[in-house]
Design a binder for this molecule. Structure first.
Ligand code: 5GP
Length: 191
C-alpha cells in the first residue's frame, strides 16, 4: 500500500535494529483518514471471505480495527491484557510474550464474545515474532470459531513471525512489509 509506505518513509523513526516507531500517525497520535484507507485495503484484500467479527489486541490494534470494521460492517472485540493472577472461567486466555517489553502477559476475551460459527479476522498494528497473532489465534481456536486470516499494518519481514505463521497455514495480509531498516540507510520494503 503505497500511501502507507510513503508515510512510514516520511515519519517512521528507527530505534536500533529492531524497533520502528510510528507514534506520529499510528501508535500515539492517530491519522484517522489513513486508518480509514487501511481499513478499505483490508476489505479489498479479504473481499473473497465471509467475516463477521474482528479480533484485535489492546491498545494499538483497537483504533485500526474500528476503522476496518466500518468496511466489514461487523463488531470489533479486543483481547485485554490481564495482570490478574486469578483468571475466571468466563474467559478464553492465552500467554503472549511482548516484543517491546520482553515480558509474558495473559490476554483474555470473555467467552460471551467469541462463539463457534464466528468467522474471525485478526487485526494488529505490527507483526514481528508473531507472538501476539499466535495468542489471538489460540483464543479463536479455543472458542471453536473459525480463523479467516490476519490483517497487519506493518510487518517487519526480517523478523520470523510472518514467514512462520504463513508456513503454519495462516493467511496473513500485511500492508507494508519492511525488508530491512537501519538508522543510517533508512527503510526498505519487500515490494
Ligand atoms: P510480535 O508479537 O509479532 O512479536 O510483535 C507484535 C506486537 O509487538 C505488536 O502488537 C506491536 O504492538 C509490538 N511491536 C512489535 N514490533 C514493533 C515495532 O517495531 N514498533 C512498534 N511500535 N510496535 C512493535
Amino acid at each position: 500500500m503505497e500511501l502507507l509506505k510513503d508515510r512510514i518513509r516520511k515519519d517512521g523513526k528507527i530505534r536500533g535494529t529492531e524497533v520502528l516507531k510510528v507514534d506520529s500517525f499510528l501508535n500515539h497520535q492517530m491519522d484517522v483518514d489513513l486508518f480509514d484507507a487501511i481499513g478499505a485495503e483490508f476489505k479489498r484484500r479479504f473481499a473473497d471471505c465471509e467475516i463477521n467479527k474482528i479480533l484485535t489486541i489492546e491498545a494499538s490494534g483497537i483504533g485500526i480495527a474500528c476503522l476496518a470494521a466500518r468496511h466489514f460492517h461487523c463488531p470489533v472485540v479486543f483481547a485485554k491484557k490481564s495482570q490478574s493472577r486469578n483468571i475466571s472461567n468466563d474467559v478464553y486466555t492465552a500467554k503472549v510474550e511482548s516484543f517491546t517489553h520482553g515480558k509474558v502477559y495473559d490476554v483474555v476475551v470473555s467467552k460471551e464474545y467469541l462463539n463457534p460459527g464466528d468467522k474471525i479476522l485478526l487485526i494488529d498494528d505490527f507483526l514481528a515474532n508473531g507472538e501476539a497473532l499466535r495468542g489471538l489465534a489460540k483464543l479463536v481456536s479455543d472458542s471453536g470459531a473459525q480463523l479467516v486470516g490476519a490483517g497487519i499494518v506493518i510487518e517487519k519481514a526480517f523478523q520470523p513471525g510472518g514467514d512462520n505463521l504463513r508456513a503454519e497455514g495462516m493467511r496473513v495480509e500485511s500492508l507494508a512489509r519492511v525488508s530491512a531498516m537501519s538508522e543510517t540507510d533508512g527503510i526498505t520494503f519487500v515490494d
